[in-house]
Design a binder for this molecule. Structure first.
Ligand code: SDX
Length: 431
């Protein structure tokens, strides 16, 4: 019998209200306020939802104090040895590890759906050459709804798996085509003989009559980058997908909206900011010490990108793994990157600085991911696109979890109104 209370008591204007306390498998308990306004006539105020659980979920568990991240109960460290992004995508979406037959079938479904409709491919020619790849990604994911209208409404598992396969497979082709368009290179079609990540690298970096050679270390590294980004419970972009999906909007629109949220520099766009920050330091624009000073200066909007996290008050376990993978890939490619040395120096300065220590600011997933993607050959403007490719199964899994929940209701928060009291309309000649 737990010694913890299962009720919270609220006293407002001398009146007592009892609120149930919800406990999950692990993690903080939650005060259930679903009937608060109805019974007490008040709402709660939590603008960034930092103190608010918006759903029950079985997909991902994070312990920010301990630096723990688990997908369907499995610690992410257990995916490091034989990283298989397609297997983890299936695990997140369907709730358990696929058996051999299920994994083979899903892989075949991805292969069967890797091409874009030629009409959709033609749209790339209308896009400005220097268009931001995240804008192209969001727009084209949404456009998939035009070519796969049978998935505008999904009411059975088979249709759902088919829609998920189209999204997860085609996102690579869309990303690669946007890169090729940006570089003025011919589009390289997917090769059905290649595995998921190898095929993406092929579409990105092969040139006609000269196939890109995928090394096992790079293929494993990209699988791991996608796995480490695959889901992260109710982060900004995932909650966006849930909010859009709560209106019964289709899965393409919900994922397209999530891409827009991820684009933000405080969220998935941070991996671009990190490398640009490191490049500025390398170019002599500033020193690592100046970087730390600016990050601490409240009058300066500069932040130490790649540091800090709403949930992790310890080292982001993903950053820890990515840092080790950087070493492995750099050794294999016999590559050195001064940016990696600068990143290490920045981390050392920050982790010994009282400002960062007091605020429990540690490297997050974005601090090393860009350096690794750059070593593989991705340009900076493709970093957040790679984050989105990794996160797509997480958005789909969370969207599905809400979609099949019989208690799902449209998300419609309240507010505290601070505007004018009732005011008279004034004819224009009296204003
Ligand atoms: C991702 O939510 C997720 O799970 C996201 C993500 C995922 O997988 O989906 O993990 C991916 O988005 C990682 C985060 C990437 N963003 C960055 O690296 C941008 C830099 N980091 C910060 O902007 C910030 O740490 C956030 C946005 C990540 C978290 O912001 P919070 O929780 O709102 O924290 P805060 O802004 O309230 O900061 C608390 C204090 C403040 O100082 P005080 O007002 O208390 O004096 O810490 C300071 C902040 O100024 N602070 C930083 C800082 N991060 C926080 N100061 C300098 N540099 C930083 N990076």
């Amino acid at each position: 019998m737990s010694d913890k209370s299962d009720k919270a008591v609220l006293i407002i204007d001398g009146k007592r209200y009892e609120l149930p306390i919800i406990a999950g498998t692990e993690g903080p308990r939650a005060i259930d306020i679903t009937r608060l306004y109805e019974t007490a006539g008040v709402t709660t105020f939590d603008p960034s939802l930092a103190n608010t659980a918006v759903c029950r979920s079985e997909i991902t568990f994070i312990d920010g104090e301990q630096g723990i991240l688990r997908y369907r109960g499995i610690p992410i460290e257990q995916f490091v040895d034989k990283p298989n992004f397609v297997e983890v995508a299936w695990l997140l979406i369907f709730g358990r590890l696929p058996n051999r037959e299920e994994l083979t079938r899903f892989s075949e479904l991805l292969t069967a759906n890797e091409l874009l409709h030629e009409g959709l491919k033609a749209q790339f020619q209308q896009i400005p050459v220097d268009a931001p790849p995240m804008a192209i990604l969001s727009a084209t994911l949404n456009n998939l709804a035009c070519y796969h209208q049978q998935f505008l409404s999904i009411e059975d598992e088979e249709s759902f798996e088919a829609a998920a396969a189209r999204l997860i497979s085609k996102v690579r082709t869309i990303a690669a085509f946007s890169y090729r368009r940006f570089c003025g290179l011919p589009f390289i079609y997917p090769d059905p003989k290649l595995r998921y990540c190898a095929n993406f690298l092929h579409m990105m970096f092969s040139i006609p009559y000269q196939q890109y050679v995928v090394t096992p270390e790079v293929e494993d590294a990209l699988n791991l980058v996608f796995i480490l980004h695959a889901d992260h419970e109710q982060n900004c972009s995932t909650t966006t997908a849930r909010i859009v999906g709560s209106a019964r909007a289709n899965v393409f629109a919900s994922c397209a909206a999530a891409v827009c949220a991820l684009w933000g520099p405080l969220h998935g766009g941070a991996n671009v900011e990190v490398v640009e920050m490191l490049e500025r330091i390398h170019a002599g624009g500033m020193t690592a010490e100046e970087c730390i000073r600016m990050a601490k200066d409240k009058t300066n909007p500069f932040r130490l990108y790649g540091f800090g996290h709403r949930i992790y008050r310890n080292y982001d376990p993903r950053a820890k793994i990515l840092k080790e993978v950087c070493d492995r890939v750099f050794a294999k490619l016999q590559r050195k990157d001064p940016l990696l040395d600068i990143a290490r120096k920045l981390e050392e300065l920050a982790l010994s600085d009282p400002y960062f220590i007091e605020r429990r600011l540690y490297p997050n997933v974005d601090f090393y991911s860009g350096i690794l993607l750059r070593a593989i050959g991705f340009p900076t403007n493709m970093f957040t696109v790679c984050f989105a490719i990794g996160r797509l199964p997480g958005w789909i899994a969370q969207w599905r979890e809400q979609h099949i929940d019989p208690n799902n209701r449209i998300v419609r928060p309240r507010q505290v109104y601070t505007g004018l009291p009732e005011t008279k309309y004034l004819p224009i000649d009296q204003r």
